[in-house]
Design a protein around this ligand. Structure first.
Ligand code: PMP
Length: 394
């Protein structure tokens, strides 16, 4: 049975041109549609299905959890095995300064919580953020998102937010003891897969330290192995004070979180008590799925595949007509000449069974974010298809 017309009429649409694939099922690297077609998912549901779709261990963990309990209480009151195990497992993989984690339901909620935490901990209200950033679509996250077309319809947003050039020196000279936090993606995702400069990031860390300003890393897109490290900050040797995560975290289930020290988190406990709570944050089924996904990521050594994915992608796509292939591991972007060529390349690949996509702030950048589990032969044929499209439309 087709739901296409009901989808178009009854679901509140977020675009005039939804992709409209009618999903039958998804397994591993593939999405299967109701019309009998099979697509390689080369964007992993936007950096979510890092293990591929429906990993059997994730499914098993979900099944086990649902036989025990679903939701039982709002956040932070009852002790649930799945939540505690997942928290411990994540913190075990992070530097020692991350002593606690607060679970939420999504990426934007992680950023919302992090901003509130930084304001309350520092007693300051000024926030610094970057042009071209993306932090989510709720009001707080949108307030620190650096692209006016998305902000303007919703003004006024949070006051006291200031934007700077990513990788630029201006911010280094502007931080003082009135700034609560700097929020940033160490590799800008929706901005077009723009890595930060290592020297600059180290300097930024130092200036934040000197001024008691918290550094918040939004690793919602770059986390959980996508770049070849558990979190991208490991490429730089720069640790944030608050680390935000989501997307791949739940192995395909909705969950987010932000991690920090016990000292920082202490301000959420009182004045007043329950000043930051959530009903569904850290849902036990999502935690069970996330914990299983993390175990798979570690036990199958999937992060080690990232550099091979990067290398093969950069080699095969080093083609005439390509402006640049950039990024880390399996968080890559293919910059093409112009919007028209980009649309044609993405369209051609889609017709030939390969799902690619754009990033929000760029129309010349093709997002390449395959699962870390993609078989080498599938990766190679996908990249060769992209290359064929580039040759056709260059
Ligand atoms: N931050 C970053 C860096 C993201 O890429 C995204 C989602 N694209 C978000 C925040 C928002 O996450 P969510 O859609 O789960 O709210």
């Amino acid at each position: 049975m087709s739901f296409k017309s009901t989808f178009l009429e009854k679901i509140a649409l977020t675009s005039d041109f939804p992709m409209g694939l009618e999903i039958e099922k998804a397994r591993g690297t593939y999405i299967f549609t109701k019309d009998g077609k099979k697509y390689i998912d080369f964007i992993s549901g936007i950096a979510v299905s890092t293990l591929g779709h429906c990993h059997p261990q994730v499914i098993q963990a979900i099944q086990e959890q649902i036989t025990r309990h679903l939701h039982v209480m709002v956040y932070g009151e009852y002790i649930m095995d799945a939540q505690v195990e997942f928290a411990q497992n994540i913190l075990n993989q992070l530097p020692a300064k991350f002593e606690r984690i607060y679970f939420v339901n999504s990426g934007t909620e992680a950023n919302e919580g992090a901003l509130k935490l930084a304001k309350k901990f520092t007693g300051r209200t000024k926030l610094f953020a970057f042009r071209n950033s993306y932090h989510g679509d709720t009001h707080g996250s949108l307030s620190v998102t650096g692209r006016n077309v998305y902000r303007d319809p919703y003004l006024p947003l949070l006051p006291n937010v200031h934007f700077f050039d990513f990788n630029g020196d201006d911010i280094l000279n502007s931080i003082d003891e009135t700034v609560a936090a700097v929020i940033m993606e160490p590799i800008q995702g929706e901005g077009g897969i723009i890595p930060s400069n290592s020297d600059w990031l180290n300097k930024l860390r130092n200036v934040c330290n000197e001024n008691g300003t918290l550094l918040i890393f939004d690793e919602i897109q770059s986390g959980f192995g996508r770049t070849g490290k558990f979190f991208a900050f490991e490429h730089y040797g720069v640790e944030p004070d608050i680390l935000c995560m989501a997307k791949a975290m739940g192995g395909g289930m909705p969950i987010g979180g932000f991690a920090a020290s016990s000292e920082i988190f202490s301000v959420f406990r009182n004045d007043p008590p329950l000043n930051h709570v959530t009903t569904f944050g850290g849902h036990p089924v999502s935690c069970a799925a996330g914990n299983a996904a993390l175990n798979v990521l570690l036990s199958e050594n999937l992060m080690a595949n990232a550099s091979a994915i990067e290398e093969m992608t950069k080699n095969i796509l080093k083609a005439d007509g390509v402006v640049e292939v950039r990024g880390f591991g399996a968080m890559l972007g293919l910059e093409l000449r112009d919007k028209d060529m980009t649309e044609k390349v993405v369209g051609y690949c889609f017709e030939h069974g390969l799902i690619l996509g754009w990033t929000l702030h760029s129309n010349t950048l093709v997002r390449l974010a395959p699962p870390l589990s993609i078989p080498k032969t599938t990766l190679k044929s996908a990249l060769n298809l992209i290359k064929t499209a580039i040759q056709l439309y260059k």
